[in-house]
Design a protein around this ligand. Structure first.
Ligand SMILES: [Zn+2]
Length: 118
């Protein structure tokens, strides 16, 4: 692991829009950033660990929302069964919006399950 030489890091106003190397969130032109002249990485000057944790959580939620299957049994009317993609959507909604979920309807959460026509 390379330790940063503080002389290599400059705090300045961003000349171009970019993404923070720590949290992954964008920064706009003029935003205060720490620029490492050795690695050429830019970071929010006031980036906090919570930004990175939130970005990781959002990436995990997006990945989970794109699941194409779930290995669970979901009750269905006799003679019918859910497709793997449908089971994945149900599991995602139960995890996210069901009782105790972090985005339950009482907290303003909602979901739209859709598929291409045909
Ligand atoms: Zn950041």
């Amino acid at each position: 692991m390379r330790l940063a030489n503080l002389d290599d890091v400059m705090t300045l106003a961003a000349k171009y829009p970019g993404r923070c190397a720590t949290c992954g969130y964008p920064f706009a032109v003029g935003a205060p950033i720490d620029w490492d002249r050795t690695t050429r990485a830019s970071r929010h000057a006031a980036c906090v660990p919570e930004f990175a944790a939130r970005a990781t959580q959002q990436a995990q939620t997006v990945a989970a929302s794109r699941a194409t299957g779930a290995d669970v049994e979901i009750p269905a009317p006799e003679g019918l069964a859910y497709l793997p993609l449908q089971r994945a959507g149900i599991v995602f909604c139960l995890d996210r919006f069901g009782k105790g979920g972090d985005a339950s309807p009482s907290r303003g959460g909602a979901a739209l399950i859709a598929d291409e026509m045909g």
